[in-house]
Ligand binder design. Sequence first.
Ligand code: NAP
Length: 291
Amino acid sequence: MRNIDGNTRLCGLIGNPVAHSVSPAIHNTLAELLNDNIVYSTFCVEPNRVDQAVKGAYALGVLGLNVTVPYKSDVIPYLVEMDPLAKRIGASNTLVRVDGGFKGYNTDMQGLYRAMREDGVDIADEHILIIGAGGVARAVAMMSATYCAASITILNRTLDKAQKIKEELETLFPNVKISVFTLQDFNRLPENDYVAIQATNVGMHPNTDEVVIDNVEFYDKIKTAYDLIFNPLTTKFMRLAESAGIRSYNGLKMLLYQGIIAYELWNECKVPDDAIQKAYQKMKEAMGINE
Ligand code: NAP
């Protein structure tokens, strides 16, 4: 049991709801392992009080905050600085204390990038295929352009939404190669070695028998399958990919690494691998996953 004393610094999560969060398991495990005198707690914030929450946390000397649904964009006006990737995405899930206020980062996307790198999956020079055009898919598109994908292709049920992301990306990255298709037009995809990132909520618990594309011919076009869903651990999308001989991954490590990167930003440190593995174990226990 750690000693909480007059020097203990506070970090925490703001959002609504927050009670289900596994972030306390990640951060308090890291603090204990690395002997950092911080504690991490959750704060459920009412919709009209985001301003007060951010400014009040700064006034109280809070070291850093995570931000979750529905406030990842709402916090931005109350920050003094934004990391360029978070600015492009238009959402911040990690606030770091700097002079005069908090600086916003997006460790969700940095977390996905780091999880992919750890799994040996690169973005640079790869054909990235994003399924979905919601908030997370848009962020994945920004990340893919930032980390120099050879091309970005978005497949979505509603073409207009994919088109809107395309236009935004072309404004920010004039040299980006981006195309959009509806889901049923997957057979028009020009490449056959895509790194596919499934960023819709189709297949999520309890609808585990659903998949966004069930035609087996689609899986001939991809070489790696990443599903950002982590409940269930193996989605139907992943099962279909595996049946086609394609390596597949779930969104659990993205969740872990968004926390690891936030911890590193707050404490200006590099979390060692053994501590990452222990935090991963504690995070899975907090989710009721027994592996
Ligand atoms: P969102 O903004 O609501 O977007 C949902 C997307 O799913 C849209 O593209 C939507 O298509 C598509 N969709 C929904 N129902 C569909 C259906 N029946 N058939 C075809 N497409 C359908 O959601 P989001 O915030 O981007 O989140 C997406 C997922 O990311 C979440 O469900 C979660 O699993 C995952 N996620 C993972 C992590 C992690 O740490 N691993 C973190 C955050 C989110 P339309 O545009 O046509 O409506």
